[in-house]
Design a protein around this ligand. Sequence first.
Ligand code: FRU
Length: 488
Amino acid sequence: MKESIRKANQYIDENREKVDQQYRGAFHLLPPIGWMNDPNGFVYFRGEYHLFYQFYPYDSVWGAMHWGHAKSKDLLHWEELPVALAPSESYDKDGCFSGSAIVKDDKLYLLYTGHVDDEEKREETQCLAVSTDGITFEKIPTNPVIHMQHIDGIADIADFRDPKVFEYKGSYYTVVASKTVDDRGQILLFASSNLEDWSFKSVLLEGEKGQGIMWECPDFYQLGDKYVLTFSPMGSGDHTSVYLTGDFDYKTGKFDWHISGEMDWGFDFYAPQSMVAPDGRRLIVAWANEWEWMPLFKDWGPTYQEGWCGFFNVIREVRMCKDGTLAFVPVEEMEKIRENKFTQREIQITETPQQLKAGDGISFEMKFTLDLEETDADRVELKLRCGKEKESRCIFDLKNGELLVDRSCADGWSVGTSRSVLKVSEKSLDVHIFSDQSSLEIFTDQYRNNHSNNIFAGNDQDAISISAFGGRAVIRDYEAYGLQECFN
Ligand code: FRU
């Protein structure tokens, strides 16, 4: 075993007990210790789901990237595995950056970015590692497999990363994030017959000024008879992760897109990565955080003091709606950890706040519909994780057709309000919420209008209330559950 991997595993074992638990969620995948960012290598291998992640075990801030590793039979309970990749070679000495996994000939391959950051040169190349047991990985001797010669004149080698590999009719393809020489995001496509020898295929998409300086962590897949491209545009304001759907021609490598949208309007949904489950569902998982936070939190928030930072959002299934837009639905597996069911067929809401029951008020799931035919209120306010002078507000502004998730009074740390257009022209509005120790994930408009926001609320913040302003509101089919702990 490589010395850098042995050292990381030993450090984790010797220090994991020092990690404090206060802000660690019950059902969101998180690292045993240290820093986590993007999900990597989401794949199904020999009957189990594998998930890797950008990982720096030695501190709760970003550092020389390793790949952490966990596996699961049910997408809920994850078993921690030894570190899969660590910087060890001249081409990845400053980090094993994001990438993806693919199964070929019953072996598990990881295609990742080797990151080199010297004073005189910064270089990012794509590298391959292989495993026969799904636990220990060997970097192949011919690395890097995609490098300067492949992109000469097309892209900047200093920002060329995050390969997402896929197979189509016996050939392999990978999309890679890059930027143009004048700092616009672009996604490149490469092809290979064996995962080792690659050739440049096409510029899949090129951005315009103002659409982000680098499009990180791209993903590209077929959904029905359309193709979906997703990425996280760095430096483009409120957009954390976006999608485009359209038609793709393998011969020319041309992607002709027609519809675009936000995967999530919240602050904390970045670098989503997908895989196909054995039953054919397209599943995605994202990092519940975002780089824009950096200047706000000098040390990435209160979990830093606990010895860890970062977790993943609830895994979602991607579905295409009739109008071509995408819906992102929490996986049905989540139903298996429900407990303490509480239901109410109808709730009348007025300006006087009404308390709602859902699990322990901290880790819970809540579902209801707002009957818009019976509602004449201008605004409905749902307050979650409320305690003494602290609360997170979910504001359904029915008059202006806007959804606002305000976490400015959530915890003394978090800032900002995420906003999106709310569809109020239908007969009812569906609302589905997952709350965990440090996060709120809110889904509306048939899972097309979602807000994932982290909050670091104390255990005394366990009250939920709802009120309506400018009229009354009617809630139907309220159901709520506590959610069982999936980790310890
Ligand atoms: C996205 C990202 C990737 C990179 C990784 C490094 O969050 O910046 O582009 O590979 O994180 O940890």
